[in-house]
Ligand binder design. Structure first.
Ligand code: SF4
Ligand code: SF4
Ligand code: SF4
Length: 482
C-alpha cells in the first residue's frame, strides 16, 4: 500500500544488483509490507550510478529518487560504493541551487540479507516524498528574470594594472622564445576596448602583448591542444589555477609549459560594460587611470570604475598572483579578509527553492544552446565526445526546451565537480549573459565543505577529491532511517 492511501507518487529507485536488489527481494520473499510507489532500476553497482541519472529523473517528472548499494567495505567490486558516496553527496548539496528540494533524493546502503532494513528505508523515504508532495515542474513556474543589484565589496582594491611590469615581461618572454614553439597571451582586438588571444612566435609578436582589465579570456583553454610541444603562457592569477588543474589531471606536462605571470588587479565584466555603452558604431579610444577606464564611443565618454564593473569573480579573488609561475614579475597584491560568497551565488542564495526553479526557467528559456560556455571552459577537454552531442549514449535530445538546456548546464557543472577553478569563462563567453557560474560555484562550495576546504588548481600534486575516496569519510555520514 502507498503511504498515502490511493495516491502514488513517482519514485525511482536505483538498486545495486549484489546487495540492495537482493535486500528488496528478501523483503518481498518475507512478504514485508511496503509502499508501492518505488519503481526499481537494477544496476550492476552503485558506482555505476552517474549523478546525472538522478538529475535526469528529477527533471523529467520523478517526485523522488532513491539510490541504494552495498554497505561500505561490502562492495562486490571492492570500491564502487566509496566513489558513489562522494559523488552522490556532492549532488545532494547541488540540487537546491537548481530549485530542487534535496530531500527528494537520498542514498543509502542495504545488504542482501537486510529485508527488514529495506522495508524501513523504502517506507521512510516514500513517507518523506508524500509529505513533500508532487515535485514542482520546471515548465510550470512563471519565468523569473530577476538579476539583483548586489552590493559588491572587494577583498582588495581593484585597478587597471597600468603600472604592471609589462616591459620586463616582454623581455623575459623574448629571452625564452627560442626554446618555445609558441607563447600564449592577449593582444588588442578589433578596437581598444577588446582583446583577443595572441600566439607569440616571434619578438614582433611579443611586442603586441597587452596587459590590463580587458584581458578577460583565459588562455589556458588552448594549452591541451599544444600537447607534445613546448609552450609558454602568460597568466593572471585565476588563469594560473586552470594551468595547475590541467597539470593535476595530467592533461599537460610541467616540463612542456613555461608560465609567465604578473599580479592582476582585476578584469572588466564586458557584458555589463557593453550594456552600459549601449549602441555605438565605433570605439574611438580608451584612457586609463588608477581606478578605471574611460571608453570613448562615437565621440562620447563613458567612465567605468573597476570597483563597479569588475567581473564577479574578481571581488572575491584570493589568487591575484599566479599560484605557479616560472617568471613572476611585479609586486605581489595583498588580499585582505576571508573569501566572500560570489555575487552570482549570493543572488541564488537569497531566493526560495520555488524562485530558483522559476529563475532557471527564465534563464534557460533565453539559452541559445550555442555551447560557448563549454567551449570556453579550460577544463572541458572531452569536447569531441561531449554527452551533449553524443547519440550513444543518447543523454540529451536536441529539443529547444528549458529542461534540456538546464540538464546540459547540470552536466557541465557535475563534470566539473572538484575540477572547476572558478575562472568564470563559461559565464563570460555566454552571449546572452546567463549567470551559469552560480551552478559551478555551488558545486565548488559543496566540495570545499565536504573535503577540508579543497580548492581545485592550487597544488599540482593534489588529486581532485572526486577521483578518490576515504574508507571513512570525515564529513559524510550515514543518515538515520527511523
Ligand atoms: S579573478 Fe583575480 S586573477 Fe582573475 S581576473 Fe579577477 S582579480 Fe585577476
Ligand atoms: S566551469 Fe566555468 S568557471 Fe569552471 S573551469 Fe570551466 S569555465 Fe572556468
Ligand atoms: S553560452 Fe549561454 S547561450 Fe550558449 S549554451 Fe551556454 S548558457 Fe546557453
Amino acid at each position: 500500500m502507498p503511504v498515502l492511501n490511493g495516491k502514488e507518487l513517482r519514485i525511482v529507485g536505483f538498486l545495486c544488483n549484489w546487495c540492495s536488489y537482493g535486500g528488496a527481494d528478501t523483503a518481498g520473499v518475507a512478504r514485508a509490507t511496503q509502499p508501492t510507489d518505488l519503481r526499481v532500476i537494477r544496476v550492476p553497482c552503485s558506482g555505476r550510478i552517474d549523478p546525472l541519472f538522478i538529475v535526469k529523473a528529477l527533471l523529467n517528472g520523478a517526485d523522488g529518487v532513491l539510490v541504494s548499494g552495498c554497505h561500505p567495505r561490502d562492495c562486490h567490486y571492492a570500491a564502487g560504493n566509496f566513489y558513489a558516496r562522494r559523488r552522490l553527496e556532492v549532488l545532494k548539496q547541488f540540487l537546491p541551487v537548481l530549485g530542487i528540494d534535496e530531500r527528494r533524493f537520498e542514498y543509502t546502503w542495504v545488504s542482501a540479507s537486510e529485508g527488514q532494513r529495506w522495508q524501513q528505508v523504502v517506507t521512510v523515504f516514500t513517507d518523506r516524498i508524500h509529505k513533500l508532495g508532487p515535485a514542482p515542474k520546471l515548465e510550470d513556474p512563471e519565468p523569473l528574470l530577476k538579476i539583483a543589484d548586489m552590493a559588491l565589496t572587494s577583498l582588495r582594491s581593484l585597478g587597471t594594472g597600468q603600472n604592471a611590469a609589462l616591459a620586463d615581461l616582454k623581455e623575459a618572454i623574448k629571452a625564452k622564445l627560442p626554446e618555445l614553439d609558441c607563447v600564449l597571451g592577449w593582444q588588442q582586438g578589433y578596437d581598444a576596448a577588446h582583446t583577443v588571444p595572441l600566439f607569440m612566435k616571434t619578438p614582433e609578436d611579443v611586442d603586441k602583448l597587452v596587459w590590463g582589465p580587458f584581458n578577460v579570456n583565459n588562455p589556458a583553454v588552448y594549452l591541451p591542444s599544444f600537447k607534445g610541444k613546448k609552450v609558454g603562457i602568460v597568466v593572471k592569477g585565476c588563469d594560473s589555477r586552470s594551468v595547475v588543474e590541467l597539470l593535476q589531471e595530467n592533461l599537460i606536462r610541467r616540463e612542456d609549459v613555461t608560465i609567465f605571470a604578473l599580479p592582476c588587479e582585476g578584469t572588466l565584466d564586458m557584458a555589463r560594460v557593453n550594456q552600459d555603452l549601449g549602441r555605438y558604431t565605433k570605439i574611438d579610444g580608451v584612457t586609463y587611470d588608477e581606478a578605471g577606464v574611460t571608453i570613448t564611443a562615437d565621440g562620447k565618454d563613458h567612465r567605468f570604475c573597476m570597483t563597479d564593473y569588475a567581473q564577479g569573480k574578481c571581488y572575491g579573488c584570493t589568487t591575484p598572483s599566479a599560484v605557479l609561475a616560472d617568471t613572476l614579475l611585479g609586486q605581489p597584491v595583498k588580499v585582505d579578509g576571508a573569501p566572500n560568497t560570489p555575487p552570482e551565488l549570493a543572488l541564488l542564495d537569497s531566493m526560495t527553492l520555488d524562485e530558483r526553479l522559476a529563475f532557471w526557467r527564465g534563464q534557460m528559456d533565453r539559452c541559445l544552446r550555442c555551447y560557448a560556455c563549454r567551449n570556453a571552459c579550460p577544463m572541458c577537454v572531452c569536447r569531441d565526445y561531449c554527452v551533449s552531442d553524443s547519440r550513444d549514449p543518447h543523454w540529451m535530445t536536441q529539443e529547444d526546451s528549458a529542461k534540456e538546456k538546464l540538464f546540459f548546464q547540470t552536466i557541465h557543472a557535475m563534470h566539473l565537480a572538484g575540477r572547476c577553478t572558478g575562472c568564470g569563462e563559461c559565464q563570460r563567453a555566454c552571449p546572452v549573459g546567463i549567470p551559469i557560474l552560480a551552478l559551478r560555484q555551488q558545486i565548488a562550495r559543496a566540495v570545499a565543505q565536504l573535503f577540508d576546504g579543497y580548492q581545485p588548481g592550487l597544488n599540482p600534486d593534489e588529486v581532485p577529491p572526486l577521483l578518490g575516496y576515504e574508507v571513512v569519510e570525515k564529513n559524510i555520514h550515514e543518515r538515520d532511517w527511523k
